[in-house]
Design a protein around this ligand. Structure first.
Ligand SMILES: [Cu+2]
Length: 176
């Protein structure tokens, strides 16, 4: 499998290099577009301030409702449901695939080969929790599920050819 991926990657890189070579060898010295330049430099000045203000507004609006609960002492002393998770090229292993609502779940997440992104999605494919899955580290992610249902685990970090196929299911059952 790795050999196939390696070969496809090499062919892709060679094709890209060929395109670059074609473009460079067919390019000529640019002409001077001074009239166009003057007009667009004036526009660019205004555009800069627009982008800067827009960026600040979007950053504040999206960071204030931070989607993750506190990962520190918020649930100290609570009884966790522990799920050990490992990301592989290209599948997930989980010590259990069933948890219950209302009680904190502690995901202990690591990577077996390269970096992966552990993303938990609800039935509407809305991201509810995420953490990196890194080789050599175990990241702890605490989440309390409010709604029962079939959740999906997707990989959030591009990790190779079949990255998109890294899908696992997590069943969340209503606490009795
Ligand atoms: Cu991936």
């Amino acid at each position: 499998m790795q050999t196939t991926v390696w070969f496809i990657t090499l062919v892709g890189v060679a094709l890209l290099a060929a395109v670059f070579y074609y473009v460079i060898s067919n390019s000529q010295t640019p002409e001077d577009y001074s009239s166009v330049q003057q007009k667009w430099y004036r526009f660019r000045h205004k555009w800069f301030y627009f982008i800067a203000i827009f960026g600040i507004v979007v950053t504040l609006a999206t960071l204030i409702p931070f989607p993750l609960p506190s990962q520190d002492a918020a649930y100290a002393g609570e009884d966790y449901q522990v799920v050990d998770v490992s990301g592989h090229q290209w599948y997930w292993t989980m010590s259990t695939d069933t948890v219950v609502t209302g009680k904190p779940v502690a995901f202990y997440v690591t990577g077996a080969d390269v970096n992966h992104g552990f993303g938990v999605y609800d039935e509407n494919l809305k991201l509810v929790a995420q953490v990196q899955a890194m080789p050599g580290y175990t990241n702890k992610l605490i989440h309390i599920f409010d709604q029962p249902g079939k959740y999906r685990i997707l990989c959030l970090e591009y990790c190779g050819l079949a990255h998109h196929a890294m899908i696992a299911e997590l069943k969340v059952e209503a606490a009795s």
